[in-house]
Design a protein around this ligand. Structure first.
Ligand SMILES: [Fe+2]
Ligand SMILES: [Fe+2]
Length: 272
């Protein structure tokens, strides 16, 4: 916990700052025992809150979630998470959420949660593309269902943001809300990596920062049209962006008291 009372350059004390360590796309398998624990321990040791942005399991199996929970045993800070598309693969997402919840992880699915003065709104999100190429609900039922899934995820995000009353609001997603953080992936994949429909509520509720994963070969940073920073914290992205790091995670430091204060963002990397 940031419980020191050292006064920083902007006049905020340690108690008025909260550090988030964020990472995504762990893709835990049945054989991941021992592989994730060092990373998770170091990420959580660097922060007051650990944030996980989906694809926590590789094939969406409860057994994989049980392995992940064991890997998380050394974590002594609160953990907030959203699930990703891989966590849905075997239609066992409810069981996975229950396993994680029983272990103390706060899993958000259209929910809001406040920790240490920071408000979190989390949703998996969905695809559909970006900007003028956003898929419209027109034509076959299959297309309409695809679009409606994205619309419903955006509505869930909006409702969660609307219920937050904290000075700082952080959005957790799995899918990307902007194109900038999927750039680097093959363009034909963009519609399956995120949707601009997720960006609308982020702008309307003036979020402080957005964290997502899913686009393993995307870009680490971007901004919403309203100027909020968006961070793709998929582990392959951070490894590629900061070459040589075997265990990447991103740390964001937020003041808890000033809605207009900019987040100080920096990256920490564990030594292999
Ligand atoms: Fe992934
Ligand atoms: Fe994913």
């Amino acid at each position: 916990m940031a419980q020191d009372h050292v006064r920083n350059g902007d006049g905020l004390t340690g108690r008025q700052r909260v550090r988030l360590a964020a990472l995504s796309d762990l893709h835990c398998t049945r054989t991941s025992q021992g592989a994730l624990q060092p990373l998770l321990a170091q990420a959580s040791a660097a922060a007051d809150i650990l944030v996980l942005c989906g694809d926590l399991t590789d094939h969406g199996l409860p057994d994989e979630a049980h392995v992940l929970v064991k890997e998380m045993m050394g974590i002594h800070v609160p953990v907030v998470a959203v699930l990703g598309n891989h966590d849905f693969h075997h239609s066992e997402q409810e069981a996975i959420e229950q396993i994680l919840t029983a272990a103390g992880v706060k899993v958000l699915d259209g929910d809001e949660h406040e920790l240490l003065g920071i408000g979190f709104a989390g949703v998996k999100g969905f695809g559909g593309g970006f900007g003028r190429l956003t898929l419209e609900a027109w034509g076959e039922d299959g297309i309409k269902k695809f679009v409606m899934e994205a619309v419903e995820e955006a509505l869930k995000l909006e409702k969660a943001l609307a219920r937050l009353h904290s000075a700082q609001r952080v959005a957790l997603l799995h899918y990307a809300p902007i194109e900038a953080t999927v750039e680097g992936e093959p363009p034909p994949l963009f519609p399956f990596l995120g949707s601009s429909r997720l960006e609308e509520p982020l702008n309307r509720y003036a979020v402080t920062a957005v964290l997502h994963g899913h686009a393993h070969h995307g870009s680490p940073e971007g901004k919403t049209t309203a100027g909020a920073p968006v961070y793709n914290v998929a582990m392959p992205v951070l490894r590629a962006a900061f070459s040589g790091s075997a265990r990447p995670f991103r740390v964001i430091e937020l003041p808890t008291v000033a809605p207009s204060a900019e987040a100080t963002v920096f990256d920490r990397f564990a030594v292999s």
